[in-house]
Design a protein around this ligand. Structure first.
Ligand SMILES: [Zn+2]
Length: 276
């Protein structure tokens, strides 16, 4: 029975999910191809689920590579894409503060330039800064040079607005290419993929987003959850979602860049050496 349960969980863990925002149908195939298969939660961790906790804040995970993000059962990482957005991002920051947890914000360069105050607040309140391209284009559908230029411009603008270096990156629509992933790795940039899609970009009610996210997490046992701080429904559902996590004994881990951000992660990247 136990082995069946573990096998079931392992099967669930390799399911792919939708991209991080509504997208045209022609981009769906590319995004599916680009999505990195998730590593199954180690069996030892599944069996040591600690049960209900008093607080929500969990450990910090130092990340030099996406493979460093190994979540034990009961651990959740929160990520918010596509912002910052005036009013909504700050409301999310207030909620996160009131629950004592930290998240990672994958900002779009043009949004950070347009709303530098909101971008600065995210960094000032201790959250991890990631980037999400300059203009949220499908980077797998344009040339390598144009895609890297877009990524670099996005990073520059987010860093200018936040005053913080940004070593984490997420591809818009999760649409990447091997060459882009290799180039990012060679520059020490970590591509962080979500494993639980809240689908808060659908026209759902806040309660539907909340229940979809929590039920997926309960089924999986852990995950990196994808939200968007540009949607009011996400602002509205977040307190209830965090209540749900707390009631079920989850902890919210914090993803932080590894110690040495200046050194390339892959000294001499070759296609064969680049993790997928
Ligand atoms: Zn996005």
């Amino acid at each position: 029975m136990r082995s069946f349960r573990l096998a079931f969980l392992a099967c669930l863990s390799i399911l792919s999910l939708s991209a991080c925002a509504s997208r045209p149908p022609e981009q769906v195939a590319a995004a599916k191809l680009a999505f990195a298969p998730e590593k199954p939660t180690p069996a030892a961790d599944i069996m040591s689920f600690p049960g209900p906790r008093r607080g929500l804040a969990g450990r910090a995970i130092r990340v030099n590579h996406e493979s460093d993000i190994v979540l034990a059962r009961g651990e959740v990482a929160l990520t918010f894409d596509d912002g910052p957005y005036p009013g909504r991002t700050s409301a999310i920051l207030d909620t996160l503060d009131s629950y004592g947890v930290k998240a990672t914000f994958f900002m779009v360069g043009s949004m950070a330039s347009a709303h530098p105050g909101a971008a600065r607040a995210v960094a000032a309140r201790g959250h991890t800064i990631g980037t999400h391209s300059q203009d949220h284009r499908n980077l797998s559908s344009i040339s390598f040079e144009a895609a890297m230029a877009d990524i670099d411009q996005g990073r520059r603008n987010v860093m200018a607005a936040t005053g913080s270096p940004a070593r984490f990156f997420r591809f818009p629509y999760l649409a990447s290419t091997p060459a882009l992933r290799q180039q990012l790795a060679s520059q020490g940039i970590v591509d962080v993929s979500p494993t639980v899609d809240s689908k808060d970009y659908f026209s759902s009610t806040p309660d539907q987003v909340r229940s979809r996210a929590i039920s997926t997490l309960v089924r999986r046992g852990s995950g990196v959850v994808l939200f968007h701080d540009i949607h009011q429904r996400t602002v509205s559902m977040l307190p209830g979602f965090l209540d749900d996590l707390k009631a079920r004994g989850f902890s919210v881990v914090r993803l932080v860049p590894g110690q040495d951000g200046s050194a390339p992660l892959v000294a001499s990247a070759t296609p064969a050496s680049v993790p997928q």
